[in-house]
Write a protein that binds this ligand. Structure first.
Ligand SMILES: C[S@@+](CC[C@H](N)C(=O)[O-])C[C@H]1O[C@@H](n2cnc3c(N)ncnc32)[C@H](O)[C@@H]1O
Length: 280
């Protein structure tokens, strides 16, 4: 136990697990005990409360919306990086190239990065497509990037990252980023302008109507249980345009939500219903 951390009883852990599951759909395994203690202790101390039990009581009885958000933000895992799972971007490039050839200039093209964390995923999409298709500006092309964690959304919207985030990226790709001069890199305005960041809970209501030409939901479903995953993937299927693609994380599968999809590449799917409608 680190200094200033509280002890977490079985009962307290159960209460915390059940709260984060009902609010965010996140299933915490027993292996996450230490993570819960280290992430929540700071908040409990700052509130001047004596224990995790008192903290959950506080959230239930008189916690504000901000308190509830702080609880969720503390329990999300936001690991991400530029050009993560590169083959998806290669596949997307071919798909978008095809759509641009098919649809007249000015047509709508939409991509959703669901569970975008600090923004590296949607910015990779924007930077990569702009580099491949400088003409993209002439299409009505937008990337929606959402996450339940409001602190990562705020970081993402700034579009500034430490330079060491480019480690392992080819010099050709590294040149797509602007040097901010203080050990930071900045996403160029042309790519930043393509992306709208919004807070959104994937287990709540979705205000968007779609259709999306591609949905990226990578390394998010791993935090959900099977029923929650199945429901979410089913909802994605409804928002995909015919022939659009769903990209998921390399260690994920669609589970029960997979019935509506056809596997077309490594962790790349198309909605069967939409394909059938198009064929009819
Ligand atoms: C590991 S990151 C994945 C980031 C990026 N998609 C990637 O693959 O690099 C998982 C993200 O899912 C978000 N998340 C977890 N539960 C969520 C929910 N119920 N609604 C929306 N986002 C959620 C977390 O806040 C976190 O930023």
């Amino acid at each position: 136990m680190e200094q200033g951390e509280f002890t977490l009883s079985e009962r307290e852990f159960t209460r915390i697990k059940s709260r984060v599951y009902s609010v965010a759909g996140i299933s915490l395994s027993d292996a996450k005990r230490t993570l819960v203690v280290s992430r929540l202790s700071k908040i409990v101390r700052a509130l001047g409360l004596p224990s995790f039990d008192a903290y959950v009581d506080y959230l239930e009885r008189n916690g504000s919306e901000d308190d509830g958000q702080e609880f969720v933000n503390a329990l999300t895992t936001n690991l991400t990086r530029f050009y993560r799972e590169d083959h998806h971007f290669e596949h997307l490039r071919a798909h978008v190239g095809g759509l641009m050839a098919e649809r007249p200039r000015g047509s709508r093209l939409r991509i959703w990065s669901a569970g975008c964390s600090t923004g590296q995923e949607p910015y990779t999409i924007g930077l990569d497509l702009l580099a491949a298709f400088p003409d993209l500006k002439r299409w009505d092309f937008k990337i929606l990037a959402t996450d339940i964690d409001t602190s990562v959304i705020a970081k993402a919207a700034r579009g500034v990252y430490p330079e060491n985030e480019l480690a392992g990226i080819s010099p050709e790709r590294a040149r797509l980023f602007e040097k901010a001069g203080d050990g930071s890199i900045r996403i160029p305005a042309a790519a930043r302008d393509l992306v709208s960041f919004k807070p959104l809970n994937l287990i709540g209501a979705w205000p968007m109507k779609g259709p999306f030409d591609a949905i990226f939901c990578r390394n998010v479903a791993i935090y959900f249980d099977k029923p929650t995953q199945g429901e979410m993937f089913g909802r994605f299927a409804k928002l995909l345009a015919p022939e659009a693609f769903l990209y998921i994380g390399h260690s994920e599968n669609l589970g029960s939500g997979g019935e509506g999809f056809r596997l077309v590449g490594k962790t790349i799917y198309q909605s069967r219903e939409k394909l059938n409608k198009r064929a009819a």
